[in-house]
Design a protein around this ligand. Structure first.
Ligand code: NAP
Length: 216
């Protein structure tokens, strides 16, 4: 990677947690990235809107969580863009604003990367960037490999798998813990915990149902 390489950390961040922060920092250090830009999804194309917290809450929690790392920033790009949040649009926007020489690593969860074949304008995404698929320890890597085997070889060569022990923490577990009145201290930054408490987020449990085939 060159000096001008940056990471785009894509996720719903509902809420952002230490697993995300450790992942972003590990990738930044490993690939010598200048910066990692967190991009909370506005309207995830593959999820029912009523099952995702308001974009503004997710954005603000991400700002609070990343504030102490000078190499981290947060973009409103997907939140402010009307319609479903397609990664191809985000990557194109970053390249346009940073210049064509900027190399980009798109970082996200391995489960999301497994679904890559269904993402829109895949060619465009891989024209501009490489992808890091982050997973928790014990992740079924064989299944992941099987899933991405259907992608063209040139695409597969630009996907990197990374095991991150801290990803044993998950947003769904944090939401469950809040709904059950269990502690979340040390799973999320204190500032994020305070925001969740103050806004009364996640007090009501929600069923985690994915949208069917929405042509994401
Ligand atoms: P998701 O399905 O909610 O998450 C799948 C798994 O990945 C979960 O275990 C999740 O854990 C983990 N994860 C998500 N983001 C992560 C990150 N940045 N670092 C480490 N682990 C992460 O996935 P999502 O958050 O909705 O989508 C992930 C990204 O893919 C977003 O940027 C989204 O816009 C993009 N995407 C694009 C398209 C498209 O362009 N058509 C379609 C689908 C997804 P946690 O719940 O703990 O985060």
């Amino acid at each position: 990677m060159t000096n001008s390489a940056i990471g785009i950390m894509g996720g719903t961040f509902d809420p952002v947690h230490y697993g995300h922060l450790v992942t972003a920092e590990s990738v930044r250090a490993h690939y010598g990235l200048q910066e990692v830009v967190f991009v909370p999804t506005g309207m995830p194309p593959h999820k029912s809107p009523q099952l995702v917290s308001e974009a503004e809450h997710r954005y603000l929690m991400t700002v609070l969580a990343t504030a102490t790392n000078p190499a981290f920033s947060v973009s409103r790009s997907e939140i402010d863009r009307p319609g479903p949040s397609f990664t191809a649009d985000t990557v194109r926007e970053v390249r346009r604003s940073r210049g064509r020489q900027t190399e980009v690593m798109f970082i996200t969860g391995a489960d999301a990367v497994r679904q890559l074949a269904t993402w829109s304008r895949l060619d465009e995404i891989f024209q501009y960037c490489e992808v890091v698929a982050a997973s928790r320890p014990g992740y079924p890597f064989a299944e992941f490999e099987q899933e991405i085997a259907q992608l063209p070889r040139a695409v597969r060569q630009r996907i990197h798998f990374l095991e991150v022990p801290a990803l044993a923490i998950s947003s769904s577990d944090i939401r469950h813990r809040v709904a059950e009145g269990m502690p979340i201290r040390y799973l999320v930054p204190e500032s994020v915990k305070s925001y969740i408490d103050k806004m009364g987020l996640y007090r009501v449990a929600r069923t985690s149902v994915r949208r069917g085939d929405l042509g994401s």
